[in-house]
Write a protein that binds this ligand. Structure first.
Ligand SMILES: Cc1cc2nc3c(=O)[nH]c(=O)nc-3n(C[C@H](O)[C@H](O)[C@H](O)COP(=O)(O)O)c2cc1C
Length: 395
């Protein structure tokens, strides 16, 4: 399969070097304000409270065109070197918002003005879930990580998709099984499929992520099979195939697996033509990961960790997957991206596009434009004329 999707002959809407503005001094200054003042205040309050506050403010601000225009002017960076058409999707730049931050799709209107090239809402589930018992989110600043224990808190697929206005942004939704007790694995798979069935009634998004790898689903952990085992994934994909989904589906892969385990999952996914991509990867659970500050992680509560502790292993699996199947699957890199150099490392390791959450929280929202701008500098320095040429160059 050719993952490049520019075969529709459409003229690129992104011609010309700069489209938005060029995040220069204003973006640098907002980064300085965020890290020097705003973050210091925000980090005094519980992470859950601040996350909810950001979602509320972001949702309201997204209603005003003048706010979006202003933010785009200072933060968005556009350059045709970063533009790609892949698996039928337009990526105006390769930096996306990863699943989990915008779990009820409140930020769909505002995110393009922050500078993201694409964004995933969710993980959404067939039924609403109020979230695991708090705290659902906390910070590990020394480890550059967040502790996540939301367990797919969300209002449910139909309610959320009913509230998204169609727009031209490359929006995707992540779907998982509702976090509730099931008597059998098959019952859980059925719930997952019902989520997709509901989502198929809507045309206001462009791709799916199939989340098989959330480590925080206590209700689902004791079933006789798992979605991220080869036989469990095969059962889910066999069922999903019956829905005849036309939009690309990307599988969100687990992190703490051997290359052999990942190969088995890839072998299962390969024959299913609606699976167009693989995302490396979800959260880390292992507290002995060397990227943690030992004292900090000792005090952490329940959950999985994002950020720097994810980075090395997810890059390793990405590199492995590139060698194995880059001609079959679009590869998406996620985990520990804070700077343009971090994003570039994933691109060289085989990611066509990347996603992040934690880097934005620690560095500030201006960082998305600055990462894009930095990527252009890095690509040019290495003599690449388009990001596509750099994908997998160091595998
Ligand atoms: C607050 C938060 C919530 C998350 N929730 C989800 C989720 O619902 N579904 C999912 O696939 N991944 C979820 N993740 C994992 C992220 O999508 C991503 O894979 C991981 O955080 C690594 O990227 P980062 O280091 O840039 O944060 C969540 C991460 C964070 C920080």
């Amino acid at each position: 399969m050719n993952i490049a999707g520019s075969s529709n002959g459409r003229t690129s809407p992104f011609e010309g070097e700069y489209l938005g503005s060029n995040p220069g001094p204003a973006a640098m200054f907002s980064g300085f304000l965020y890290r020097g003042i705003a973050k210091k205040i925000l980090f005094l309050f519980p992470a859950d409270t601040i996350h909810e506050l950001f979602l509320k403010i972001g949702k309201q601000l997204g209603r005003f065109s003048f706010v979006k225009d202003f933010l785009a002017k200072i933060w968005v960076y556009s350059n045709h070197i970063l533009e790609q058409n892949l698996v039928g999707l337009t990526f105006k730049n390769p930096v996306g918002l990863s699943a989990g931050f915008d779990y009820n799709a409140d930020l769909v209107e505002i995110l393009p003005s922050i500078g993201f090239g694409f964004n995933t809402a969710g993980t959404l589930t067939y039924e609403a879930y109020k979230g695991n018992s708090p705290p659902m989110l906390s910070r590990l600043p020394k480890s550059k990580s967040l502790l996540v224990n939301k367990g797919f808190k969300n209002k449910g697929v139909t309610k959320i998709l009913n509230n998204i206005k169609p727009n031209s942004n490359t929006l995707g939704i992540s779907i998982g099984a509702t976090n509730k007790p099931y008597s059998t694995f098959e019952e859980m798979v059925e719930n997952l499929i019902e989520g997709f069935r509901d989502a198929e009634n809507f045309n206001n998004f462009f791709y799916y992520e199939l989340n098989i790898s959330c480590p925080n689903l206590q209700n689902i952990q004791n079933l006789n099979n798992k979605l991220d085992s080869p036989s469990g994934l095969k059962q889910a994909l066999d069922k999903l195939e019956t829905l005849n989904i036309k939009r690309p589906v990307f599988i969100k892969m687990p992190l703490e697996r051997t290359e052999e385990d990942i190969k088995e999952l890839i072998d299962v996914a390969r024959p299913f033509s609606f699976i167009k991509g693989l995302i490396f990867s979800n959260l880390v659970k292992d507290r002995t990961n060397p990227a943690f500050n030992i004292e900090e992680v000792k005090k952490a509560g329940k959950g999985g960790f994002s950020g720097k502790p994810v980075e090395e292993k997810s890059n390793q699996l990405l590199r492995f997957a590139y060698k194995l199947c880059h001609d079959r699957f679009l590869l998406i890199g996620v985990g520990g991206i804070f700077t343009a150099e971090d994003a570039y490392k994933k691109i060289l390791a085989g990611a066509s596009v990347v996603q992040l959450i934690t880097g934005m929280i620690f560095m500030g929202p201006q960082q998305i434009g600055l990462i894009n701008k930095g990527l252009v500098t890095l690509l040019k320095k290495d003599g690449y004329k388009n990001i596509r040429e750099a994908v997998g160059a160091q595998t």
